[in-house]
Design a protein around this ligand. Structure first.
Ligand code: SAH
Length: 379
């Protein structure tokens, strides 16, 4: 039985016919020569990223169809034509049947990131598909693949507008305004994957003193403020992130003195602060990008969570996340369990969080489930 996993690893390949170049479209067959899949060839441990398990042309019609399916899903999720939210993920790689491609949309600007040479070679087809599918709703396309393509491929891709120019870089998420910075910011400029989890923070914020650790553009802080927090402190080691957070707070809550922001290392801040926080958010960067550094990453997560669980007063709420693909839900939960035991606190799980529906997980590709979070009640 075929398991439809969209990656074919080098170890599973018996023979390569011809001399495919990175990015070429290749056909995969079984030992008897029967067709199995079509995909982009890569140099590395993932040798083929599968585009189709049926024989078909990978042409304009293919990309337009996949993009249309992706767009229709976002319309049915109430994201692509909403008055309150105009920032969403339109294409989430394997989850949308397009491995190696990520597209986030911010108020009509599509920010495209290609992670494979094959997708980069097909960029014109993808741009045309975006225009066909989104029509007037598409104002600009920014290709931001310089930092995401395999360095060794030597493509010298530049980040640039390939269609139109945005009217503004202001976007909306659940009625809150912010400036995503796709030209200079991390990833595509904003973390749209925390949208639903931010909305949950809003419900817990009333009257609380909130620490938004690893705040980046301050997304969680905006929701906490709207939810009636007594005070919100945003912390990030990057000065630029703190500037972006302040600009976003000012855009929504001009002159609001409940917000403070500090550019400092997370561990140092938690060691040195005398402030008391009864709602804490820990949303660190992926400590582990590869399996070989997993155990160090887990130590890092454990240290962070232990410190937070030691600091938080009785009755406090901790939102804790990991966005490392290689840290499974089970491993994450075991890590939080041992942090709780080390801190010696009574802890219960209130919510188990994941990524939102515009970051779908291909059922044959469990690796696509990268974001996990727990909401803890601490006594
Ligand atoms: N919570 C954010 C996303 C966090 S991304 C959101 O909702 O948008 C991770 C952030 O952690 C980045 O902004 C990065 O600058 C910051 N960071 C990385 N290492 C850090 C450290 N040691 N201390 C504090 N912040 C750190």
């Amino acid at each position: 039985m075929l398991r439809f996993h969209p990656w074919i690893f080098s170890g599973a390949i018996m023979r390569v016919d011809g001399k495919p170049q990175e990015g070429d479209l290749v056909e995969v067959t079984d030992c008897a020569g029967n067709f199995m899949a079509l995909g982009h060839y890569q140099v590395g441990s993932i040798t083929v990223r599968v585009l189709s398990f049926v024989q078909r042309d990978i042409d304009q019609a293919f990309y337009t169809e996949r993009l249309r399916q992706a767009y229709e899903l976002r319309l049915s999720l109430g994201l692509a034509d909403s008055e309150r939210t105009n920032a969403y993920r339109l294409v989430h790689g394997e989850g949308d049947g397009l491995p190696g491609l990520v597209i986030d949309v911010y108020n009509g600007t599509a920010v495209v990131q290609m992670h494979s040479v094959g997708m980069y070679c097909d960029r014109k087809l993808i741009e045309t598909a975006l225009l066909e599918v989104m029509g007037d709703r598409l104002k600009a396309i920014y290709n931001k693949s310089e930092g995401t393509l395999p360095y060794k491929a030597g493509l010298n891709a530049e980040n640039l507008y390939v269609y139109g120019r945005p009217e503004s870089n202001e976007a909306l998420e659940n009625g809150l305004r912010f400036y995503p910075d796709w030209e200079k910011g991390q990833k595509t400029g904003f973390f749209v994957d925390q949208r639903d989890n931010r909305a949950l923070i809003e419900r817990y914020s009333k009257g609380r003193r909130v620490l938004n650790m690893f705040c980046y553009t301050g997304g969680f802080s905006l929701y906490a403020m709207r939810g009636g927090a007594e005070a919100v402190h945003s912390v990030d080691s990057s000065e630029r992130a703190i500037e972006l957070t302040k600009a976003n707070v000012e855009l929504n809550f001009p002159g609001d003195t409940r917000h403070a922001a500090t550019a400092q290392d997370a561990f140092r801040f938690m060691e040195e602060t005398g402030e008391r926080f009864d709602l804490m958010i820990l949303d660190p960067p992926a400590f582990a990008k590869h399996l070989n550094v997993l155990s160090n990453a887990i130590k890092g997560y454990r240290r962070l969570n232990t410190k937070a669980l030691e600091m938080i007063p009785s009755g406090g709420i901790l939102f804790t996340f990991s966005c490392s693909q290689v840290v499974s839900k089970e491993v994450f939960r075991t890590m939080v369990f041992s942090s709780a035991a080390k801190a010696g606190r009574r802890v219960s799980i209130l919510h188990q969080l994941t990524q939102p529906a515009d970051h779908p997980i291909n059922i044959y590709h469990p690796e696509g489930e990268y974001l996990k979070g727990l909401v803890l009640h601490v006594l």
